[in-house]
Design a protein around this ligand. Sequence first.
Ligand code: PNW
Length: 441
Amino acid sequence: MTTAPLPPFPAGFRWGVSTSAYQIEGGADADGRGPSIWDTFAHTPGRIVDGSTGDVACDHYHRHAEDVALMAGLGVSAYRFSISWPRVQPGGGGPANPAGLDFYERLVDDLLATGIDPVATLFHWDLPQPLEDAGGWLHRDTAGRFAEYADLVAARLGDRVKLWITLNEPFIHMSLGHGTGVHAPGRFLLFDAFPVAHHQLLAHGLAVAALRARSSSPVAIANNYSPVVPRGDTDADRAAGLAYDALHNRLFTDPLLGLGYPPGIAPAGVRDGDLDVIAAPLDVLGVNYYNPTGIRAAEEDSPLPFELVPLEGHPRTAFDWPVVPDGLRDLLTGLKERYGDALPPIQVTESGCAYDDAPDAEGRVHDPERIAYLDGHLRAVREAIDAGVDVTGYFVWSLLDNWEWAEGFTKRFGLVHVDFATGARTPKSSYAWYRDLVTRR
Ligand code: PNW
């Protein structure tokens, strides 16, 4: 690497790494955990490209001490993990399973003892299966169940978690989980999936109130954003770009920040008062960014009003996602432009890339592409800060290679390589790079 050192970041900037429960924990039947929609989905033949499941994943449930030690070695100031709802409430309701909360309490206490801020996401897509059987996110009652679960978690950990994140990427959970069926629960509803947006947002708002009643720590939501690059220059292409932007980038954020649903998108089932619940003040906006999206008008016979087009002229990751660091800068400055003073401070809660990393003959894992990716995206964050956007943290997705949803074990996002046959962890060269960056600050 011959690039210049990264410019300084503001004092107190939070440097972190992210993971999620189903992707790393394993321990699927341990200590009273119940099934989630991802257990059901992964065990359904044909859903996961390599036929794998998260039954064992990185076995973090049994190796969390080793993983906290890896973070200590990395020198990060924060760790974003998610709490598995079906560990805490195996049936999706009722009293807590104490053993489930015990696990997260040990993790949180280990982190604090190591000087790492625990950042807990309450829902990273692993809905308890009994709630899905009762209608899942298509059913309004699921929002209330989520607030009860948030209350149970905050009653135990409210004094120690340093930042709460209610939901992870409600857009991806709606679109891939319920629109196109690529993710659990595997529903193919296309635009009939909109109630899933409203009920997740309602769940978020009710959970904000539940968390504030038990904890003085700040509260956030982590949204996925993808700046739209219009492709084609007809009016129909431009209209398609705006329609996709409203869907991906504004459907959740507009109501969260008090603007209501974008015109033309009105989920059925919105009741009086719901928008006030949803617009509960946020302390932090979590931004997950991977890549922009090329959009043009769809063919006449398409069920969708837009078509996604691959963006040419960029390096690509093993996911075939284009590497576009400037997209992150434009996203951050665009959020500031659109929402102005209503925009809370931002933390980039996920940023990272998949490459086909493998140990060399000496057992070392070299991932210069990941170093270049992170370097570029951090420069983009720095540029956004210079342009007046209040960005207060950055979390690399991910600490570990892990179980990448429908892609199973085929996509490696970690700073640490994991041999999925043995569970052995090997820090990659990007781990050393991020450590040097973080510890110099
Ligand atoms: C996010 N897309 O998911 C999730 O929060 C992580 O759990 C996941 O491992 C990570 O990004 C990498 O995929 C996404 O198709 C899944 O645009 C799909 C998309 C975006 C984000």
